[in-house]
Write a protein of this length. Sequence first.
Length: 424
Amino acid sequence: MDKPQAYPNFRWFVLLAMIVTTAASTTVMITPAPLMGELAKTLHVDPGTATGIFMGLWNIIGATSCLGAGFLVDRYGIPKMLVLGCLLLLVPSLLFPVVGYNMKGLIILRIVQALGVGPLTALVAPLAATWFPPQQRGMVAGLSGFAISLGVLLGFILAPIAFAATGSWVATVAWLSISPLIGLVLSLVMAFGPKPPAFHDDISAEALAEAEGAFKRAMKSSATWIVVVTIFFSCWFFTGFNDLTPGYIAIDAPTGLGYGPMMAGKLMGIYQLFFMIGSIAVGFIFEKIFRESARATIGVAFLVSGVLAATIMLPSVAHNVSVLAKLLPIIGFFAAWVMATAIAYISLNYHHSIVGRVTGLAMGIGLYAGIPGIIVGSMALKFTGNYHTSITIVSTIAIVGAIVVQFLRPLARKAKASAAVTES
């Protein structure tokens, strides 16, 4: 059973390491995005091709790496995966200026960078389950979502500054490797620090057999696949809404609203800020308000964000910036709950020895949602000439997610009840 006093204060350093390394991953991911025009010019390709290579490739490789990384986390432990993930981000970033503008070399380096996504993503739920008592695991999962947004925000801010100082986008990539470098230092400290208190039987033959049996049972459980679908829909909504809404706000009518890129950036910046606030708040909301009910937390989050996403097309909202500026933060605040709650559910309901594999599976499949999210939204925009159908699809995905998650049931209820009786 979980005993709060068994979890040492070193867990807060572990949490800091997770936040920094997660933010480093998304900072490295997003760094080329604000420099895409310069990137395309130096490589002699159009911006669409450059985006597909340097951003689309990241999504595919990153999602694939999650599928395998979960097994590695369960087998080799969290500290080693933190170090591995940081090295995969750091080393190729430092080599960008060495390779220069050689397309094949840059693609190889970008692939290696993206391989760092898996180790750093698949360890979130295992870290929560290993280092933190149940009542704090929602908070840990929420802060991982905060770190994802923080990394994106830092990348958007720091990449143009570094480019202005260096005049070279490949040098900018190298300069922003400071984030995985800091993460690597923290990871090495963690690797030589105190060990997690909760489990000490992971390397015995009996433990390995138990883990294998637990994983097979998890693969047969409908709850596992509901979580996978939930994360898939969450990634679809996140990617689709973030990709579509800025254009919808900025581009002239009849395609969009015609407010221009500056207003689009301002409004989506507010959205991103409240997404981060929602990520911080979801631990308290999940634990105290919804009493660790993932079904209720995710259902409300999907429903509110999905319905409000549809309302931004209403004339009373679309043609009133002040109303739009109020709705977008609400959408971001609620949308942030979904992924964090799903990760918290995994950390609370699965045997500690398979949490990494289940997380890697769910996140790996889920991150692939960015691909159909972009393709379907782009096709709808192309065929209709406006954003309405594309945004309707994204909104519908969230509402369907609210329905699907109602079939999710806790797997650990009996175990918790037994533990409570034993404690009493």
